[in-house]
Design a protein around this ligand. Structure first.
Ligand code: NAP
Length: 296
């Protein structure tokens, strides 16, 4: 019997583990893939208070090492099911806890156009810091208008010969500092009011087809397309036990409790107004301290 089982080893889940371990609790962290969550894709994090600049990967690794040194038990297993009795079933075992914290984050949203899946790794990517290096002196496009798209375009502009930033509206969600920086880059062209509607190329991506908001079409030759159109949660496996909203995020009236006693939520996977590293670690600390107080 664990005191707390944490599902997900991103910043929210690992922070929850940090707080629970420092309180001497028996904690199990379950993670399907690798530790770190989405932040490992961030080239540089420059808005975390007290740390002027750090790569997302380094941030995640520091946090991982911090909880490992406190004796964290982390198992790389895929959670398949959680029930109201706080039984957590993975692809390998079933575990029981007094409290469960769901911190499964979110995953990259897809454009959902034909051949998108086929061309992943052959010109289509969701991670500029992972794959950008393959595009030295080549032509790439970034789809999206948020912080991720701008960060990706900035990063790629130092590697690629030319970068197109393709966005479906005139206004951006990205912070003004990113917009100002990108506008100064001479090898970046903004294509606004346009959607990527088709991907061309047999073995690898050769060009993308854009549809402008008026309906006109344009084809651009590119070697790579970086899709940065936001995140979506992956909470289907919890829908039997906790309430989800229409977009699949876990509903929590106060940002920490779900509708089930002893099951808590933290980080990007819950309904919230600001999905940032700062709010994820905040959620993790509150979820752990609340769980410890309520499920002694
Ligand atoms: P986001 O802020 O949700 O932006 C997604 C962008 O993709 C929006 O511009 C959206 O257009 C566009 N989009 C969505 N669906 C689309 C579709 N089907 N076709 C074409 N375009 C589509 O996502 P994000 O940039 O991944 O950021 C996620 C969160 O992480 C945000 O809270 C962000 O601030 C945060 N983040 C922070 C940092 C940092 O502070 N260093 C870095 C990266 C991310 P519309 O604007 O028209 O909806």
């Amino acid at each position: 019997m664990y005191d707390i089982i944490i599902v997900g080893a991103g910043p929210a889940g690992m922070t929850a583990a940090l707080y629970a371990l420092r309180a001497n609790k028996k904690v199990l962290v379950l993670e399907a893939k690798a530790y770190g969550g989405q932040i490992v894709n961030a080239n540089l994090v420059e808005n975390y208070p007290g740390i002027p600049s750090i790569s997302g990967f380094d941030f995640a690794t520091n946090l991982y090492n911090q909880i490992k040194e406190l004796g964290a038990e982390i198992k790389f297993e895929t959670v398949l099911h959680v029930d109201e009795e706080k039984n957590v079933t993975t692809d390998e075992n079933t575990y029981q806890a007094k409290a469960v914290i769901i911190a499964t984050g979110s995953e990259n949203r897809k454009l959902n156009i034909e051949r998108e899946r086929d061309l992943v790794g052959k010109g289509v990517s969701y991670c500029a810091t992972c794959d950008g290096n393959f595009y030295k002196n080549k032509v790439v496009a970034v789809s999206g208008g948020g912080n991720t798209a701008f960060e990706d375009a900035l990063y790629l502009s130092d590697i690629a010969k030319k970068v197109y930033l393709i966005h479906r509206r005139e206004e951006f969600r990205a912070e003004q500092t990113y917009i100002n920086k990108l506008k100064k880059k001479e090898n970046v062209t903004f294509v606004l009011n346009a959607n990527v509607v088709a991907l061309n190329g047999e073995e690898k991506l050769e060009s993308i087809e854009l549809e402008k908001n008026g309906g006109s079409k344009e084809t651009i030759n590119v070697d790579g397309l970086f899709i940065a159109v936001g995140q979506a949660p992956r909470n289907d496996i919890f829908s039997n036990v906790v309430t989800l909203n229409e977009q699949g995020y876990i509903v929590s009236e106060d940002g920490v409790h779900t509708n089930v006693d002893g099951i808590y939520v933290a980080g990007d996977t819950r309904v919230k107004s600001l999905r940032q590293l700062t709010t994820a670690v905040s959620d993790g600390s509150i979820a752990a301290t609340t769980a410890m107080r309520e499920t002694k």
